[in-house]
Design a protein around this ligand. Sequence first.
Ligand SMILES: [Zn+2]
Length: 286
Amino acid sequence: MMDVLFAWLQASSSALWCAGVFVAGAVVGLVLSRVVARRMALAWIGGLVLGVASLGSVWAAEYFEPLPRFVLDTQDIGQVVPAGQGMLGWLADRVHGRKYLVLSFDDGPSNPRTDSAILAILARHHAHAVFFSVCAHAQSAEGRAALRADAAAGDLVEDHSWTHPHLPQESAAALHHEIADSRVFLRQLTGQPVDWFRPPFGQADAAVRAQIRQAGMQEVMWGANSEDSWLRSPAQIQYWSTRQAYNGAILLMHSHATTAAALDATLTDLEGMGYRFVIPSLHPDE
Ligand SMILES: [Zn+2]
């Protein structure tokens, strides 16, 4: 309730504008009531006020465009939902057809060429992404540098295990290494909190989930799939990314050369569809 009020206060110029139009409508109605029947005049006023109010909303929405904060949807861990979005922000999204997508890249770091290509394309689109990283890929100086570069660019480096195994087949000790140790490694490497864990192959059972919780992370999946884990043509990856994207979805991609080749055109297509690329607020208390 307070944030709705706050949004209105911030857009008080548009509220004044709507009030002014309301008064103008009343004056026009008064003048009309001298000329035509009273009922007709009331219809005129109502129509005018409604029409102008919706025009005012469109104007206010364009004028006032706060980017909402996003958090993981607790019902569906493949998507995010806006947290504390004001009424005008909600309206602005509807009026302007704005949609939101979380870009996620699994299995990196890959190689310097692919990693830096992905970062450069994201920067060109003013986009940020979540990198679900495999610690075994980050043991070389190049691998560590790639993850530090991701974090320095404002992207999120999150946990995708140490060796990318099928976790439900692992022992408790191995699970601890794959989940908790990898979190510590990534935190120390980037100097940033690591709060999300995406299980390799999307495979998790009760024991895996318990370890993720114990390590202080949230399990995360995806709601849209670029299908780039098996497709080898950039055009196909572009096609599936745009086809599967929906408002609030987390899009699954990989730090692969083919994905890097498809990325620029894919992001351009998605922007054309109204998407903005957001990263969730993961660390509210840090
Ligand atoms: Zn993976």
